[in-house]
Structures are given as structure tokens and as C-alpha cells.
Design a protein around this ligand. Structure first.
Ligand code: NAP
Ligand code: ZN
Length: 353
């Protein structure tokens, strides 16, 4: 066991603060990495504040962070995929049972025995729960470590490990290709990646935003059209016309307004995870044989596929790089939808702690 620097929350109402946490010495199959950058996902904020208490109660201390990129410093004797010096990523998953039908299908995100990067019981007993990437070091089983294409900027690549795969996976699953009309709701960390992928897959992309100031950016990021979702007339123009809508909004909002924009057999998928239930008016579903569903992150193989796709198409997140010491301020801004479009923490800043 060794000690490493981190930022951690002691309770639902405390700010993130400097801490020292234990990491396990790498076992045969482990990769130890020096974390260089870690994205800030809205999930980190939900978890730090225990906003999902009824589904995923937070265990404190909580060290968030699941958009990790870093450099390999050490590998176990049985590791074959990585060596010291490699640039790698770690997302939301750090373990699964490898035997269930989901794991066998390469869909570890559905494994009933999955271990998430932070806040899950730590099978290695290094700590009560796993600790995430707001830290300068992490040790992970090589099967959950991803290769980062060398042409991508590391600051912008970090958010691909969650925001990237969480939007890539449902867009692929629901067959978003050329000729499809696709809506992306909420231009935050996930939403802006959804726009980039939907555009790269050839779809006609419409962004729905509550922020008039994001209109120009939405077009620059790849949208063909932008709708201010609080303007009922603008919404009405798109009635019954979408093949697919991806909703990446972090707060409760009127989901029926979007269901009514789906064409016959259209699908609305939630990746955003508001802390309160969203009432659904079922006639909106019945009348157009429309469907309403959800999607969690993505499996390891698909995450690598997504990273390789980003390498080929030069896709990264638009980031604002911040030192760790600004993380609480970043959370305040995220609640106000004031992120363009992902914070990426520079772990060099931990050296001064
Ligand atoms: P984010 O960067 O904060 O973006 C959320 C966006 O939602 C905001 O930028 C804003 O966009 C819009 N929004 C916020 N409040 C709103 C409101 N009251 N009404 C309507 N729109 C509102 O968050 P994120 O990191 O992209 O995460 C989004 C959600 O996805 C979170 O709930 C997060 O926990 C969840 N998530 C789920 C998965 C998964 O596996 N399914 C993975 C990662 C994250 P505009 O300014 O454009 O309106
Ligand atoms: Zn996330």
C-alpha cells in the first residue's frame, strides 16, 4: 500500500478538500498510473452532494473522478497490454465479474458485480470504497485501462472516458447514421460530445438548449439547428419529426415536450440523471409507438472503439483546464450551466498541496 494526494469530500455538505488516500501496490494484473488530467462530470457533483441517495447512497469520504488520463509508471508481471510510459485512460468501471452474460457480451456496464471507479466496495480492501481520479495516482486492473490515441490532446481526451462513451454508445445503439434527424438536449459536458458524435455519424443535428448564449457554440460544435427549448413556438416547429433524441440534462425538466417531437417509432434516450422522477404522459408514447429509454456509460471494448474513432476523426472535448484548488468553484459554475464544455483538472496542481 502507498499513499497519494487527492481531493475528497467528508460529507454531503462539505467542500472538496485536500486529503491523503491509500492505493494498493499493483498486483500481477494491475497498471499503476500517474494521473495527468481528470474531467469533472456532473455525476461527481451528484455523488459528492449525495443527490442520488435513494439509488446510490454516497459513502464518505468520497474521492470522485472517472474521466482519468495518465501515464503508466509501473505494471504487474502478468500485464501484457501496457508498459511504463504509455498514455492511458480509465473511465467509470474498474472491475466486473467477467463471467455473467453481460460481461461475456462485452457489456460490463450491466454486470451485476461491477465495481465503479469511486464509491463502490473495494474488493482489494485498500479502503472501504474505491477512490476516483481527483488524485495524482491510481492502480487499475489492465482489463479496465484504455489506450489513448497519440494525436489527441490529453486535456480534451479525459472527458471522453465518461462524457464521450456515454453519448457514443446510445447514438450507435439506436442506429444514428446519415439521413437521421437527431436531437441533443442540454449543451453541457455530455451534450456537446453528443453533438460532435451525431455530426460525425452523418446525422442532421438539432441542439435544444436553455441558454441563449450557447447558440453560436452549438453551431460551431456541429449542430445544423439550435432550438431555445423555453420557446414554445420554436419547439412546435419540430413536432413529430425526430428519429432519435438524446437527453443529457442533469436537472428535472418536462420530458413530454421532447417525446412529442419524436416521429413514429422514434426513441428518446435519457443519459442525464436528474435526482427526481420525470412524469411521462403515456399518450405521447402510445400515439406514435414512440419509446422512452435510458443508457449507462458503455462497455470496455466500445470505449476503446470510441477512443479510436476520436483518434481517427480528431474529436476531443472542449475543455477549460483548471487547477485542483478551483474544483469547488467549478461545481458552483456547473450547477449554473456555466461550463464550456467540460472542466479538466490539471493534476500538476496537486504537487503544491
Ligand atoms: P453538465 O455539464 O452540467 O450539463 C448539463 C446541461 O443540462 C447543462 O449545461 C444545461 O444545458 C442543461 N440543464 C441544466 N439544468 C437544466 C434545467 N433545469 N432544465 C433544462 N436544462 C438544464 O452535466 P453533464 O456532466 O453533461 O451530465 C449531465 C447528466 O448526465 C447528469 O445528470 C449526469 O449525472 C448524467 N450522466 C449520466 C451518465 C450515464 O451513464 N447515463 C454518465 C455521465 C453523466 P443548456 O445550458 O444547454 O440548457
Ligand atoms: Zn461521468
Amino acid at each position: 500500500m502507498f499513499k497519494t494526494k487527492a481531493y475528497s469530500a467528508a460529507s454531503a455538505t462539505s467542500a472538496l478538500a485536500s486529503a491523503t488516500i491509500p492505493r494498493r501496490d499493483p498486483t500481477d494484473r494491475d497498471v499503476q498510473l500517474e494521473i495527468l488530467f481528470c474531467g469533472i462530470c456532473h455525476t461527481d457533483l451528484h455523488m459528492v452532494r449525495d443527490e442520488w441517495h435513494d439509488v446510490f447512497p454516497t459513502v464518505y469520504p468520497c474521492v470522485p473522478g472517472h474521466e482519468i488520463v495518465g501515464r503508466v509508471v509501473k505494471v504487474g508481471s502478468a500485464v501484457t497490454k501496457f508498459k511504463a510510459g504509455d498514455l492511458v485512460g480509465v473511465g467509470c468501471l474498474v472491475d466486473s465479474d467477467h463471467t455473467c452474460p453481460n460481461c461475456k457480451a462485452g457489456l460490463e456496464q450491466f454486470c451485476p458485480n461491477q465495481v465503479l471507479t469511486y464509491g463502490f466496495p473495494d474488493r482489494h480492501k485498500t479502503a472501504p470504497v474505491t477512490y476516483g481520479g481527483y488524485s495524482d495516482s491510481i492502480v487499475v486492473d489492465e482489463r479496465f485501462v484504455l489506450r489513448i490515441p497519440p494525436n489527441l490532446s490529453l486535456t480534451g481526451a479525459a472527458p471522453l472516458l465518461c462524457a464521450g462513451i456515454t453519448t457514443y454508445s446510445p447514438l450507435r445503439h439506436w442506429g444514428v447514421t446519415k439521413g437521421k434527424k437527431v436531437g441533443i438536449v442540454g449543451l453541457g459536458g455530455l451534450g456537446h460530445m453528443g453533438v460532435k458524435f451525431a455530426r460525425a455519424f452523418g446525422a442532421h443535428v438539432v441542439v435544444f438548449t436553455t441558454s441563449p448564449g450557447k447558440k453560436e457554440d452549438a453551431l460551431r460544435l456541429g449542430a445544423h439547428e439550435v432550438v431555445l427549448s423555453r420557446n414554445a413556438d420554436e419547439m412546435k416547429k419540430h413536432a413529430a419529426s425526430f428519429d432519435f433524441i438524446l437527453d443529457a440534462v442533469a436537472a428535472p425538466h418536462d420530458i413530454n415536450a421532447y417525446i412529442n417531437l419524436l416521429a413514429r417509432d422514434g426513441n428518446l434516450t435519457m443519459v442525464g440523471a436528474p435526482d427526481k422522477p420525470l412524469p411521462v404522459a403515456v399518450f405521447g408514447l402510445i400515439m406514435g409507438r414512440r419509446s422512452f429509454s435510458g443508457s449507462p456509460i458503455g462497455g470496455i471494448a466500445e470505449t476503446q472503439e470510441m477512443l479510436d474513432f476520436c483518434g481517427q476523426h480528431n474529436i476531443t472535448a472542449d475543455v477549460e483546464v483548471i487547477p485542483m484548488q478551483k474544483v469547488n468553484e467549478a461545481y458552483t459554475r456547473m450547477v449554473k450551466s456555466d461550463v464550456k464544455y467540460r472542466f479538466s483538472i490539471d493534476m500538476d496542481s496537486l504537487k503544491s498541496e
